[in-house]
Design a protein around this ligand. Structure first.
Ligand code: NAP
Length: 517
């Protein structure tokens, strides 16, 4: 069987002892095994800091932007092989795989473009200078420079390509070497990506390492110049935040965690309108793309009470013809969940929702997938539930079911009521609002901006060009308060701040101008 090595200190290294097996989630056949036991994580961190950091800083922002351009091209060149790995190990349909892999290359390319407008060196100005003394001579200016540590990236199983690339693009452009740890269960694609970069000798020594398997004692070696960027469940986030280094040595940490994203249909949206079609398309796409395993997927759908039955029927009608099955087969739109553990969690989550909701479509998700022998694979069909009393519901607002599952619920039609229901989610990555009424949208922004990382305003004017709320764009911030982890990633060049140290220079204006111009 294929053995996945980790890439640390510029060498492919296999761990010792017992291995973890990676599976094909459609057939349950093993596809690879990996271990990180015995890997020298202290050495890996030291090598990245001592070799990778200086090599990246030597290149300056523009030179590092060129690296990102080459990484994007390498992914594009290896696209077909990566898609095959995503189908095999991720249960992705071809379309799901492209979403992940093309998202990876597009994010790298976007940061490569923005790098062209940055200075040659390693110093960025932050805002304008300011007079701080009695006369203009005593001056102050904030600047930002690369932190002199390593960026450790711990990623979730659902986006092995995009997750690695979006974090690496920003850290490398900022000037920090990266140690990336994909989720073990779906590490094949991340391994494929790094193999492309290594084989094509794109990055300087020490700039990028890959850990395929458990993190071992990796995080215990981090200190105050390092950055830990985590994407995954709130439960794991809590453990990492409580890590000794994070607390005792002030390791900078960014967390992207769970989110019970909502969609709200405005009271003005009429049946058959462009805005309603956009709303139905977005909800169905988010339930089915990547089998609903997207952190940005719509989990709660709030509609005006007088339209509840009609909207439920419209969504069910769109879900009806969708084929669940082997992700490699023609016509299949929903593949399996990524792992057996995911199947257990999603099945249990549906049962929890079923205690307080009615079935609208798909029952509890039991399905006979196309082109899969009976009893094989981690499949759940799309499930739409109906909550008639969302104010009294608990699991609806508290429990993220990370699969093709969503719940429709009524609200009275006011922005205040919809806002209060959405906020029950405790902070989310994205909330989508569908309306052509500017006053309603303005009220909803007032209700929800503080509880949301992104507010997606779906209206007839953008219906023909909107990628939907589930697509994370490099120019817009990704993250959210509260349950969503409280983190911020991407959002164009401001995303670099996570990996830069901000410093106030205070002194003679001519000296400061000499240093910064
Ligand atoms: P997870 O179980 O929390 O795992 C996430 C990552 O953490 C994996 O790489 C895992 O490695 C690693 N990990 C687990 N325990 C660790 C420890 N003690 N020390 C160091 N690393 C550790 O989450 P998941 O099941 O992969 O992902 C699903 C969750 O992620 C969902 O709740 C979803 O909402 C969330 N998510 C959020 C976003 C976002 O941007 N906000 C994006 C995607 C997913 P192993 O695989 O080796 O255990």
């Amino acid at each position: 069987m294929r053995k996945l090595a980790s890439y640390v200190a510029d060498a492919w290294v296999e761990g010792e002892g017992p291995t973890t097996t990676l599976f094909n989630p459609a057939t349950e056949e093993p596809v690879a095994e990996t271990s990180t036991t015995g890997l020298d994580f202290a050495g890996a961190v030291g090598h990245a800091r001592k070799v990778g950091g200086p090599a990246l800083r030597e290149l300056g922002f523009r030179g590092r932007g060129e690296l990102l351009r080459q990484m994007a091209k390498a992914i594009h060149g290896g696209r077909e092989e990566l898609i095959a790995l995503a189908i095999e190990n991720g249960g992705n349909t071809r379309s799901d795989a492209k979403f992940d892999i093309d998202g990876a290359s597009a994010t790298l390319a976007a940061y490569a473009d923005w790098a062209e407008g940055l200075p040659e060196g390693n110093l960025l100005l932050d805002g304008d200078g300011v007079q701080v003394g009695r006369t203009a001579r005593l001056h102050g200016q904030h600047v930002m420079t690369p932190r002199r540590g390593v960026a450790v990236h711990v990623n979730a199983f659902n986006f092995p390509a995009w997750g690695l690339a979006e974090k690496a693009a920003v850290a490398i452009l900022a000037g920090m070497p990266v140690i990336s740890k994909p989720a073990t269960a779906t590490a094949l694609v991340a391994h494929g990506l790094v193999q492309l970069f290594v084989d094509q000798k794109i990055l300087p020594a020490g700039a990028l390492s890959l850990v395929c398997g458990g993190a071992g004692d990796l995080l215990s070696h981090l200190d105050g110049q390092d950055v830990l960027a985590f994407t995954g469940s709130s439960a794991t986030a809590q453990k990492l935040r409580a890590g000794e280094g994070v607390i005792a040595r002030s390791v900078r940490i960014n967390v992207e965690a769970d989110s019970l994203n909502a969609a709200v249909l405005g009271p003005d949206v009429s049946p058959g309108s462009d805005s309603e079609r956009l709303f139905v398309r977005d909800v169905v796409r988010d339930m089915t793309q990547k089998a609903g395993q997207k952190c940005t997927a719509i989990r709660r759908v709030f509609v005006p009470a007088d339209r509840l039955d009609e909207i439920g029927e419209a969504l069910a009608a769109e879900l009806e013809p969708i084929v669940v099955g082997n992700p490699g087969s023609d016509g299949v739109r929903v593949g399996p969940l990524a792992t057996a553990a995911q199947l257990r969690d999603v099945t249990a989550g549906i049962a929890r929702l079923a205690e307080e909701t009615d079935a609208l479509f798909g029952g509890t998700g039991s399905v006979q997938p196309k082109d899969v022998p009976e009893g094989n694979g981690y499949f759940v069909g799309p499930v739409l539930r109906l909550s008639r009393d969302p104010a009294a519901a608990r699991a609806l607002h508290d429990h993220e079911v990370f699969g093709p599952v969503s719940t429709v619920a009524p609200y009275g039609g006011s922005a205040e009521e919809a806002g209060a229901l959405v906020r029950r989610g405790g902070g989310s990555l994205v909330c989508s609002l569908y309306s052509d009424d500017r006053d309603f949208l303005a009220s909803m922004v007032g209700e929800l901006a503080a509880a949301s990382g992104r507010l997606y305003l779906g209206s007839a004017k953008v219906a023909d060009q909107s990628p939907g709320p589930g697509t994370v764009l490099p120019m817009l911030m990704h993250g959210g308060p509260g349950r969503a982890g409280g983190g911020e990633e991407l959002g164009g060049l401001p995303g670099l701040r996570l990996y830069l140290q901000r410093t106030a220079l205070q002194g003679d204006k001519s000296f400061i101008k000499f240093i910064t111009e």
